[in-house]
Design a protein around this ligand. Structure first.
Ligand code: TXA
Ligand code: MG
Length: 330
């Protein structure tokens, strides 16, 4: 792949936003900010551009991409069977860190879904990206296909410099929209079943989803694949494979700081260079900073990263899921 000049665009500059729209309309790859992590976007209506996403990331073409749209009205025609649960969740949590798995309509190319009959749809809560999605809809695009803007298997980027470190020279532009406010990927809910199934915990919590659906007499379950213990043959979403969110350095995680300290002493006694993953008490801050902290630990040259898990409630479920998967990935 020949190196490209990757443009750095500012999301608060109107001319740069228009450049991002023009680049996407012309089939280029643009990394875009969202509230969760940065996405590597291409016009989902353009199969050549979508194929280029897989190449830039080094991602197998069987791994499906999320389609990002501006609002629920743009989402419905992309589904062959938009269920009551999908409608309720979309109305309650969009724009926001929630992704809905639904049967794809013929408007969505199987290139986007890795050959699957279902598509994952999401309306991200970032004003610059919503502006882009509306502009694309005006020129008859169905939205943007966007996986996280990292090389396959690496840590998701939560600011523009992470994106440049991962994909600089491989993509046409990065739209800098500042650091991501949530910091871990969206919650994915399979709405093709009743009860719905949470496939990946994320910024909208399991409790919020259960409460919302219960108000309409509906229920939700959590996939057994959540939390890091996975049988790859059962994985519904390839992103749930264990190595998916892993740093290069070996990571061990513990429930308490005492256990973490003991593990540190043991590792240091055998001569390992250990770095402790900082552990913010506030789970929102932990989530926001998690990937930047893992990146920094990874770059420290240590032999081992030792981390502490937050309690499992609320957003803690998503942070635990990512940490357990990262720890299991080696
Ligand atoms: O927060 C997010 O969801 C971010 C931002 C950029 O929106 N995107 C993101 O995309 O995390 P990605 O590709 O890194 O992870 C998407 C996950 C993967 O685990 C993928 O397997 C799953 O969604 N997925 C997407 N489409 C699917 C489909 N049709 N069937 C099953 N799983 C699907
Ligand atoms: Mg990803």
């Amino acid at each position: 792949m020949t190196a490209k000049q990757t443009l750095l665009l500012a999301s608060d500059a109107a001319a740069d936003l228009e450049s991002a729209v023009k680049l996407l309309v012309s089939g280029s790859l643009v990394a875009i900010p969202t509230e969760t992590v940065y996405g590597l976007a291409a016009d989902a209506s353009n199969e050549v551009a979508v194929r280029a996403i897989f190449e830039a990331k080094g991602r197998p073409t069987t791994h499906p991409l999320i389609v990002h749209v501006a609002d629920v009205a743009h989402a419905r025609p992309l589904s062959r069977d938009w269920s009551p649960a999908a409608e309720i969740l979309a109305r309650s949590f969009w724009p926001g860190p929630l992704s809905i798995l639904t049967p794809r309509s013929d408007d969505v190319s199987p290139i986007v879904t890795g050959g699957r009959e279902n598509v994952v749809l999401r309306v991200p809560a970032h004003s610059a990206t919503l502006h882009i999605l509306r502009a694309l809809h005006d020129v008859a695009s169905i939205g943007v296909a966007a996986p996280s803007a990292n090389r396959f298997g690496s840590i998701s980027p939560t600011n523009a410099s992470h994106v440049l470190a991962e994909l600089g020279g491989r993509i046409d532009a990065v739209l800098d929209g500042g650091p991501c406010s949530v910091g871990v990927e969206s919650t994915i809910v399979d709405c093709t079943h009743e009860p719905a199934i949470i496939l990946r915990p994320g910024g909208v919590t399991v409790e919020e989803i259960a409460t919302c659906l219960a108000e309409h007499g509906l229920t939700v379950t959590v996939s057994p694949d959540v939390s890091g213990v996975i049988d790859a043959s059962r994985a519904i979403a390839p992103g749930m494979l264990r190595s998916h969110y892993a740093p290069r350095t070996h990571l061990d995680v513990f429930e308490t700081t005492d256990e973490a300290e003991r593990a540190r002493h043991t590792a240091e006694a055998r001569g390992d260079r250990v770095v402790l993953l900082p552990h913010p008490e506030d789970v929102y801050q932990y989530s926001r900073d998690l990937y930047a902290l893992l990146r920094a630990c990874d770059e420290s040259g240590a032999d081992l990263i030792i981390g502490c898990l937050p309690p499992p409630g609320g957003l803690g479920a998503a942070v635990r899921d990512r940490l357990l998967k990262a720890a299991a990935g080696h």
